[in-house]
Design a protein around this ligand. Structure first.
Ligand code: IMP
Ligand code: MG
Length: 338
């Protein structure tokens, strides 16, 4: 069973938490990350918190093998540091084609006023490394001896697992509206963040996909520049309980209420088979920590049901707190079978 997880807004929807939950519940044999170190995924489990930029959030399940697909990019330092911190050194596999970001791409990006100021880049060198890859000038994982013990053919490994009926969880990064193709260019990142982009990054064709889960937060946040419909001031966001600070850069995030129009388009372009909604407890305080749908406050249920009706896709997972297991899971009821 191949499941792809993607963000439906501008990143920071809580994919890390959803991925960690699915890893703990479904015990996938393998979890593969796409994207790069500009992403920051937060995982909280059993009183501990990690902020990972490249290791798949499924690391919380020690029986899950972890992989980086050929389209991913990382710096060697971030990769090895995080692999140590998450106890993943003995179960991480990197495709030989993973792009390697060095100090020089970071420096070039940070000196690029257009990227840093106009676009609001995170300055992690990802865009410059992607550009060099397109120009065929970037070095890849296979070129670095220090990585040789982690190298594996990820597309082949994924299909091997699927043919044995094992679970594979693919973790996309950022969000639909930061996609190089589908977001509001030039206020976008350097890759296609949508489900089809994720597939091309892992090197597996569409016929293998069983589920695409699009993750939305109960409100919208955006870091960096570009349009944000319904944006509220930082003070207003604090009052509403939707004020956030970015994981990688520490910048204040911009906030707006849930946007059904954006959500509909993300569901369509990503061909969602399921929708996850996170941080419901930010909108409805009494939802905090609830793990049983029937125990949600009436108004929260009504809010969920209205959105589901408009999106015409089942809302199967609802996040109600920080811990990976603070989740209402409606997959059995709404999808049947498993
Ligand atoms: P870059 O990809 O770091 O160059 O950043 C380009 C734009 O995407 C900027 O607006 C960033 O703030 C945004 N961005 C990149 N990665 C993330 C992420 O993981 N979460 C949220 N925004 C991101
Ligand atoms: Mg993030």
């Amino acid at each position: 069973m191949l499941t792809i997880l993607v963000g439906g807004f501008f990143g920071d929807e809580g994919k890390g938490k959803v991925a960690a939950y699915l890893a703990l519940k479904d015990s996938p044999s393998l979890s593969v990350r796409t994207g790069s170190i500009n992403a920051g995924h937060t995982v909280t489990y059993m009183g501990k918190q990690w902020k990972v930029r490249i290791i798949p959030s499924a690391f919380v399940n020690k029986s899950t093998y972890l992989g980086l697909g050929p389209g991913a990019l990382t710096s060697i330092d971030v990769l090895l540091t995080e692999a140590k911190e998450t106890n993943a050194l003995d179960r991480i596999y990197i495709d030989p084609h993973v792009g390697i970001i060095t100090e020089s791409e970071v420096r070039e990006e940070r000196n690029d006023e257009y990227l840093m100021k106009t676009v609001g880049s995170t300055g992690q060198g990802v865009g410059y490394a992607e550009a060099k890859r397109i120009l065929r000038k970037l070095k890849l994982a296979k070129d670095y001896g220090i990585l040789s013990k982690y190298i594996a053919n990820i597309p082949e490994l994924i299909v091997e697992k699927l043919e044995k009926n094992e679970g594979v969880l693919v973790e996309g990064t950022q969000g639909h509206y930061l996609s190089l193709y589908h977001g509001e260019y030039p206020y976008v990142t350097s890759r296609n963040t949508s489900a089809s982009g994720v597939l091309s990054e892992i090197g597996v064709g569409p016929k293998y996909v069983d589920h695409v889960i699009v993750v939305f937060k109960s409100y919208v946040t955006r870091v960096g520049e570009g349009p944000l419909e319904g944006e509220v001031s930082w003070e207003e966001a604090e009052k509403l309980g939707i004020a956030e600070v970015a994981t990688v850069t520490g910048r204040k995030r911009r906030s707006a209420p849930f946007n059904i129009k954006l959500a509909k388009e993300a569901v369509r372009i990503n061909s969602a088979t399921q929708v996850a909604i996170t941080k419901l407890d930010s909108l409805f305080k009494e939802a905090k920590g609830v793990r049983d749908y029937s125990k949600l406050p009436q108004e929260a249920k009504k809010w969920i049901e209205q959105i589901e009706e408009e999106l015409k896709a089942p809302i199967t997972l609802i996040g109600t707190g920080e811990d990976a297991l603070d989740m209402i899971d409606l997959r059995k009821e709404k999808l049947g079978g498993d």
